[in-house]
Design a protein around this ligand. Structure first.
Ligand SMILES: Nc1ncnc2c1ncn2[C@@H]1O[C@H](COP(=O)(O)OP(=O)(O)OP(=O)(O)O)[C@@H](O)[C@H]1O
Length: 309
């Protein structure tokens, strides 16, 4: 039977806010994420889309418990993950919720061969494979890596894309519930890219893994995801089924994102160059004209932030 039960929520993010404080004597506060809510469903891919600094990575880090929220909750299997504090329970959480970040080199210890990634998970968890080596070789094949040319290598002997695929292999082997993929394929060349994306989609459908795909590339978001979350200045401004958002974008920031995507054959015209200040003004007017409306469902499965008070 397929593990991909329809609309089964595996995690709920509720009113999540993160305010960073930097400096001691003259502290500065940055609201990186403000009042963000969404559900993660089993076997679905959610794209988290927004410009640099909009808060996407911070959401990923909060889900991965790398930082603590200022307020709000992340509910996984009925429990607020803030309550997971002891080492054993934290390890159990990371058995099922994992992240792959933009720079895979940072994840690997340069002094150890990459095999150690697999040794560590087999040492730490009961994965239920009778033949460990066979399981590793199979999963490496699945991510298009030649086991004989990969295992035994040090991280610097592999490319960024190969290391990212190793991390995907690890997630597949562990049968994770949620994978946070932050700018996952930015290090891959065009020909590998599509393969990795397809692999992610397949794994979601086959194994019921949910993926949060963090990107600032609208086209990638459209290609890969079932749901899209559009972030602007720490706020979730549009949320819903990807197709609906793409066909009926409503928030001025989302509309701008679509206009900013160059089409094949377009020539650069400095007169039409996108001015961020213009969007800031448009968003301000939009909120002012819609005061008091807040976050509204405009059609089934598609919601928009009309005012940010
Ligand atoms: N540890 C930190 N201390 C202070 N401010 C931070 C910290 N981490 C992030 N920020 C700030 O929070 C905001 C959101 O950052 P975040 O990294 O989540 O954005 P992003 O959308 O992922 O951007 P990018 O696409 O460039 O990775 C930014 O203004 C950033 O400067």
């Amino acid at each position: 039977m397929s593990k991909n039960n329809k609309n089964e929520v595996v995690m709920s993010v509720k009113n999540l806010t993160k305010i960073f404080k930097s400096g001691i004597f003259n502290p500065e506060y940055t609201t990186a994420v403000k009042d963000v809510s969404f559900d993660i469903e089993k076997g679905k891919i959610i794209s988290l889309i927004g410009e640099s600094g909009s808060g996407k990575t911070t959401v990923g880090k909060l889900i991965l418990k790398l930082i603590n929220p200022s307020s709000g909750q992340i509910i996984y299997k009925g429990q607020d993950i803030a309550e997971i504090t002891d080492k054993k329970d934290t390890q159990k959480y990371y058995r099922r919720v994992q992240g792959i970040f933009q720079d895979p080199f940072a994840t690997f210890n340069p002094l150890y061969r990459v095999d150690r990634v697999f040794d560590m998970i087999f040492d730490s968890y009961e994965l239920g494979f009778s033949d460990k080596d066979e399981a590793i070789r199979k999963v490496l094949h699945d991510v298009n890596l030649n086991p004989d040319r990969t295992l035994g290598k040090f991280p610097h002997q592999l490319s960024g894309g190969q290391l990212q695929r190793l991390l995907i292999a690890r997630a597949l082997l562990m049968d994770v519930d949620i994978l946070i993929a932050d700018e996952l394929i930015s290090m891959l060349d065009a020909s590998t890219r599509i393969g990795v994306l397809n692999l992610l989609v397949e794994s979601c459908k086959k194994n019921g893994m949910a993926v949060i795909f963090i990107t600032h590339d609208l086209n990638l978001g459209y290609y890969i995801s079932d749901q899209s979350l559009i972030m602007y200045k720490g706020r979730l401004v549009e949320r819903g089924a990807t197709k609906k958002i793409y066909e009926n974008s409503t928030h001025p920031y989302t509309k701008m994102l679509f206009e900013a995507v160059p089409e094949i054959g377009d020539r650069w015209d400095p007169e039409e160059e996108f001015l961020p200040e213009q969007v800031v003004g448009e968003v301000k007017d939009f909120y002012q004209n819609n005061q008091g409306r807040g976050f509204v469902e405009v059609e089934k499965g598609h919601s928009v932030l009309f005012s940010d008070e």
